[in-house]
Design a protein around this ligand. Sequence first.
Ligand code: SAM
Length: 430
Amino acid sequence: MKEKLKNIISKVIEGEVPNFSVEVSDNKMHGDYSTNVALILAKKLGKNPAEIADSIKTKIKDESLEKVEVANGFINFFLSEKYLKDQLQEVLKQKNKFGNLKIGGSKKTRPSDDRAILRDAGLKPKDLVGIPWMVAFALRADGWYLRSDIIWHKPNPMPESVVDRPTKSHEYVFLLTKQPRYYYDAEAIKETNTPDMIRRAEAGHTRGPNGKIDTSRNDSDTLRGDDAKTITANGRNRRSVWTVATSPYSGAHFATFPPALVEPMILAGTSQRGACPTCGAGWVRVIEDSPEYAAVKAEMIGKTHEDTSKELERGKQQGWGKDKARVTQDVNILGWRPACSCYAVPPLPAAPEDVNGNMEAYRAERARLLELYATLPTVPCLVLDPFAGTGTVMRVAAKHGRSGIGVELNEKYIKLADERMSKIQTIMQF
Ligand SMILES: C[S@@+](CC[C@H](N)C(=O)[O-])C[C@H]1O[C@@H](n2cnc3c(N)ncnc32)[C@H](O)[C@@H]1O
């Protein structure tokens, strides 16, 4: 399209072809493409750029353009819906050959084939482009909150015949949210403690060369902080590297997700209890620290650096650090509460400041309300996959009692998704 627009402009300005550019607009208010031709011509001819831009604009007529506008001497081009639809039809017609399309003349559209495009983007041949990160940063710039990059580690990656870089065995999963506070059920996706962590905690301390406990050592064999005292039976907070083997799929789609990759995203991102039928807000798990864990935390919390240093000194003298790990529940799961006010039920009371004072009354009121909440209706949470392929995401959603909506460009894949879905759910609505 850039080339096409350049040709159109060159014809309009009849031979006076300065070294102007046509670029994709950063801001949709400025159309799809934008050119600086009027600014360059104005400099050359000593004239007003807006007048030149207006004069060029009136002479540009092409059915691929919805409208042409002038702003600050730039000429902005807005592509027509018909043109965009035609391009999409062409992509569908070409199916697998997409990428080698010759849209726009003899120029290939696949950037990797086009050195000039790579150079324009500041890339050298063989550079890693980092498309996933570019998408993540673009979404962040667009207002999304980029909360986490998760490494999908594939223990069975595609073999690559490269000898000058490592074989790629990971992809990225980005946790993006629309608000700074969002639904995230950490309990639902906790991971089990590693045997190494349990071993280190059970050792509880490190011995120096003389066989004596050496609490001053800060090496990897000594668990520190809370970890040194408790290994939580609930497991530990999910880490950001997920090892999931790609699963073979005999159908005619080559990039299906393994269900185990999708599972944590759905479990953490939606509520097992369901959502409010009126506003769709997911219900929130109600948890409290187990008394044993709360006691350990109380021991650890509120100590200044100075206190800790003093204790370390005292510990050195007294053999501090002899504590073995305690395996304990870190949280007790009490139930679920609505996250909205649609049900018009009282909210859970705030925990009393004075724990000794009215804790019993607080617990009784909380239990009464949780019982009441348990009688309220919910609808299954809804999962959307805008690139549904064979519908793995929807299948995993259904397996966990969530609803699913999938969007897929290719009709063939929709049929595959339907076949796979029919094994767990009889009707799929189109
Ligand atoms: C990587 S596959 C998804 C595979 C899927 N997660 C699964 O497990 O089967 C991406 C899918 O997105 C589809 N797709 C690409 N562009 C699309 C668009 N603009 N709208 C809808 N689907 C699109 C492709 O046809 C392809 O099936």
